[in-house]
Each structure stands twice: as structure tokens, then as C-alpha cells.
Design a protein around this ligand. Sequence first.
Ligand SMILES: NC(=O)C1=CN([C@@H]2O[C@H](COP(=O)(O)OP(=O)(O)OC[C@H]3O[C@@H](n4cnc5c(N)ncnc54)[C@H](O)[C@@H]3O)[C@@H](O)[C@H]2O)C=CC1
Ligand SMILES: O=C(O)CCC(=O)C(=O)O
Length: 364
Amino acid sequence: MELFKYMKEYDFEQVVFCQDEKSGLKAIIAIHDTTLGPALGGTRMWTYDSEEEALEDALRLAKGMTYKNAAAGLNLGGGKTVIIGDPKKDKNEEMFRAFGRYIQGLNGRYITAEDVGTTVQDMDTIHEETDFVTGISPAFGSSGNPSPVTAYGVYRGMKAAAMEAYGSDSLEGKVIAVQGVGNVAYSLCKYLHEEGAQLIVTDINKEAVNRVVEEFGAKAVEPDDIYSVDCDIYAPCALGATINDETIPQLKAKVIAGSANNQLKENRHGDQIHEMGIVYAPDYVINAGGVINVADELNGYNEERAMKRVEGVYDTVARVFEISHRDNIPSYVAADRMAEERIEQRLQTKSTFLQNEHHILSRR
Ligand SMILES: NC(=O)C1=CN([C@@H]2O[C@H](COP(=O)(O)OP(=O)(O)OC[C@H]3O[C@@H](n4cnc5c(N)ncnc54)[C@H](O)[C@@H]3O)[C@@H](O)[C@H]2O)C=CC1
Ligand SMILES: O=C(O)CCC(=O)C(=O)O
């Protein structure tokens, strides 16, 4: 990859490569944009096939966080870290301490949290070295595991999408196909079951499936069959890129609303489902509950305030549909537009301030 060319093309501010031989730390911190505030985004630990692949993932995820944080109305920019390694085998305390010192060195330009492969315990270790970390243990007065809160945001956003598709936001009696019933989707299924929805679920982990079958009366199907089941709402809560050329022709749902990041394989798939009249709640808007929750820690965590804000995912998703109608564009484009407008407005007010400052200085 021609890194500087890429950074220029997509307006990246900074990329930091971190290594610590003794602990085996190999990490890449990507800071995309800090117009709205310090870059906040989680740390992913994954067994990448190559350093190039890790770098690409860090860059893609960091840019995504700029949009997610902006659309969520947070005064935070976008960044993300990837640590190269197997989260099941390669973790050690010194690795996360060394990483914490790198974050401290950035002096607040980047704040981290959990992502795939990292846990509250890892955040606690990072916290030994820096305050620029969120998602740490409730014992430190913090918010802990963000997944149940992400689920609440997805539930609220799904209701907004149902309103758009059916003219009512009630999920009672709706048939909802949930792909992946891990941390987020388990809590999501609980909300949906309590509201009287009928659940069809799948997961490659049989234990995870059994839990929701037993607790919420869900019907289980094989992983490949989830796309074609008769349902009202498809909730992708496992992997990215599941809205693609193979799956779109199988979908019977009128709504797509789930927690997974990067649901559209390519932008053209967002155009395609829009043309088919499927109501799509854009991934980074509907799954912002986790980041809204961890961001609240920056003000001294208050669960009630955080949950109130996450409740607002309903309004944000509804606003995306409004922009989609206003500008006659697919919802994924509307979400980007909403985020970009907010960043642009902040740049304008910042530049007004700078212009005033320049004017005063030039009069001296
Ligand atoms: N945890 C959080 O707060 C947030 C999570 N997300 C996204 O939401 C999604 C779910 O996150 P978590 O629940 O935390 O992860 P998780 O790892 O707890 O759950 C994912 C589940 O999907 C299953 N799965 C994997 N491949 C599958 C396949 N081919 N078919 C069916 N099931 C499959 C896994 O076995 C697992 O049970 C991820 O895409 C994540 O990036 C986004 C924002 C915040
Ligand atoms: O939810 C988190 O723990 C951190 C935010 C983040 O990285 C994300 O939302 O993908």
C-alpha cells in the first residue's frame, strides 16, 4: 500500500506504529479525523494474514469511527487500533501496558476502548499506564462491557426502521431473523422477546443458539439458511459484508437493522437494496450505543445519562430516513451526509474563530 497517498486521499491525520519486542506488541493506531474532538475508537486484536491487511483494517475502521461518532452527535473524532496477534494465545500484561504507554504518548489525541478480541480486563491493564482509555471496569466507576448498551441502541434503531417500513414502531408479532447471537445479539433478543417478536436465529456456536432458543423461544436455522427465511426484519449481528450479490436475492425482509459493522459488501449493494424498497438502518448509526456509552465515561460515567442518550439512536436513525427522502438518496449515503455536514459545520466555526484571531493579530 502507498500509505501517504492513501492518507492524503482519505484525509487521515496520523498513523502510529507501535512495537515492543519483549511482550510481542505489534499495533497500529490510526487517527482519521479530530475535527470534532479526540479520536475515540476501540482496539481490535486479530490474527491478520499480513501487516498490510492489519494496516488496511486499522485505516478502514478508524475512518468508520469518524462517521460513527459524528453521526451519534458526539464531540469526538475517529480512530482505531489493531493489535496483530491471536487474542486467545498471544495476550500478556506487558503487551497491554506497553500499548498503554504508546497511547499516553499521544497525550489525548486518541482514546481507546474494547473491540473484537479485547476485553474489559485488557482495558483495565491499559488503564495502569494511561487515562486515555474507556470501557474499563465498573470498579473504577466506569461502564464496563458495552455490548448490552449497543444492543439497546440497536433495539431502538430497529423500532425507528419499523416505523419507516410499517408506519408503526411496534415489534410485537414481527418475525425477526437474527444472524449471530453473541454478546450484542443475546441482549437484543431479550428486548425483542419482551416486546413479543418472534425470533429466528442462527450462529456457528451451538451453545449461543441453545441459550436463545431456551430463554426466548427462538427457532434455530442453519447459518446459510438465515438469509432466505420468511421474516419481516433481518438483523445481521455477526460478520460484516453479509449484504452482497449472493444474499440480496434471497432476502424476504422489508427491513435490515442489526449491530454488525460494515454490513454492505460494497456501496452498490446499498443502492440495490434501496431500489428494492428495503429499509436499511445504516450500520454505524444503529450500532453506536457502545461508543455513546463509553464516551460518557469521559464526563464521569452516569448510566442513566448514557442510556438516555442511547435511546436517541431512534431519532438519529429516523433523521437518516428523513435525509434519504429529502435528498432522494439511499440511507447509507444519507448517514454519510449527516456525519459530513456536522464535521463541515465544525470546521466552518473553527475557521471563523481562526479568521477573527488572524484579524486581531494583524491589527497589532
Ligand atoms: N460489542 C459491541 O458493543 C459492538 C459490536 N459491534 C459489532 O456487532 C457484531 C457483534 O458483536 P459482538 O456481539 O460483540 O460479537 P460476538 O463475537 O460476541 O458475537 C458474534 C457472534 O456471531 C457468531 N458468528 C460468527 N460467524 C458467524 C456466521 N458465519 N454465521 C452465524 N453466526 C456467526 C459468533 O459465533 C458469535 O456468537 C460485530 O460485527 C461487532 O463488530 C458494533 C458496535 C459495538
Ligand atoms: O464500543 C466500543 O467499545 C468502542 C467503540 C468502537 O470501537 C465501535 O463502536 O466500534
